[in-house]
Design a binder for this molecule. Structure first.
Ligand SMILES: Nc1ncnc2c1ncn2[C@@H]1O[C@H](COP(=O)(O)OP(=O)(O)OP(=O)(O)O)[C@@H](O)[C@H]1O
Ligand SMILES: [Mg+2]
Length: 257
């Protein structure tokens, strides 16, 4: 389980981006973080694997506080946290298979990693993961010749190559059409269910969050304003989560009138 307690993050002197943020995300479930632009969704995800240093709080992954880990421990913990990005973050001249194999880098010695030395077992596993995300026939295709949806699926296979406990996804479908969105979200939900992974996803699309998430975290201006099962999200909850955006739009509209 991921348990975040009273996480704080201030950028510079006065930009309070996370205000005592607490929430949990369970294995086997899809947890979606929703909220207006600038609310702090990306800051939460980047704090969870300590890509940015927060200012206080606790981040417990299976009872180990990631914030207290030393460099070597953090490297180990990070190796079991997959990341999925809006822009896929693949190495484009390389093939799908090579990109998936990159998921093993964190587990290898620097030298073996540098020379791209992968075992037959690792290659077999990478091919199986590509098949699992429906890309069996694309293993040897360059990534820049794949569609966005296909590239995102390579990203998922790469994350799985890390044998993750948890996958963090920052707007994974923001650049995808509805058909690819469905394919990618179906895969993420299936991974949560079948591999008992913690899937934590930042989403802008409320409808997708409502149809795929088991658990919803609503953030507004750096503070959690809702946490609970998706079934409890109603219009009043959504208004609370998106309050600032609505008020700002009203102000802009009033100024333009
Ligand atoms: N490196 C930074 N330096 C200063 N302020 C930052 C930095 N990164 C983020 N912020 C601020 O922190 C707040 C939260 O940003 P964050 O990127 O987490 O929002 P978000 O919810 O992911 O937004 P979006 O939906 O647009 O991706 C914003 O006000 C943003 O301007
Ligand atoms: Mg963001």
């Amino acid at each position: 389980m991921l348990k975040v307690n009273q996480l704080d993050k201030t950028y510079g002197q006065d930009k309070h981006s996370l205000k005592s943020v607490s929430f949990t995300a369970q294995p086997g479930e899809v947890t979606a973080i929703i909220g207006p632009s600038g609310a702090g969704k990306t800051t939460i995800l980047r704090s969870v694997n300590q890509l940015i240093r927060d200012d206080g709080g606790q981040i417990l992954l299976d009872d180990q506080d990631i914030r207290q880990a030393n460099k070597a421990e953090l490297r180990k913990i990070r190796h079991h946290i997959g990341m999925i990005f809006q822009n896929y973050n693949l190495i484009s001249p390389l093939t799908a298979l090579e990109n998936v194999l990159h998921g093993r880098l964190g587990a290898k010695s620097t030298l073996a990693g540098m020379f791209g030395l992968y075992s037959t077992a690792e290659k077999t596993e990478a091919l199986a993961l590509l098949a699992e995300v429906g890309l069996k026939d694309y293993a040897y295709q360059r990534c820049d010749q794949l569609s966005g949806g296909q590239q995102q699926r390579v990203g998922i296979a790469r994350a799985l190559m890390q044998h993750p406990k948890m996958i963090l996804c920052d707007e994974p479908i923001a650049s995808l059409d509805p058909k690819s969105t469905k394919i990618v979200m179906d895969i993420l939900r299936k991974l949560a269910r079948e591999k008992k992974l913690i899937i934590l996803i930042n989403l802008h699309q409320i409808d997708i969050a409502m149809s795929y998430a088991d658990h919803i975290i609503g953030i507004n201006d750096g503070a959690i304003v809702f946490e609970g099962p998706t079934a409890q999200v109603n219009d009043a909850v959504l208004q609370k989560i998106y309050r600032q955006a609505t008020e700002q739009k009203a102000k802009v509209a009033a100024n333009e009138a």
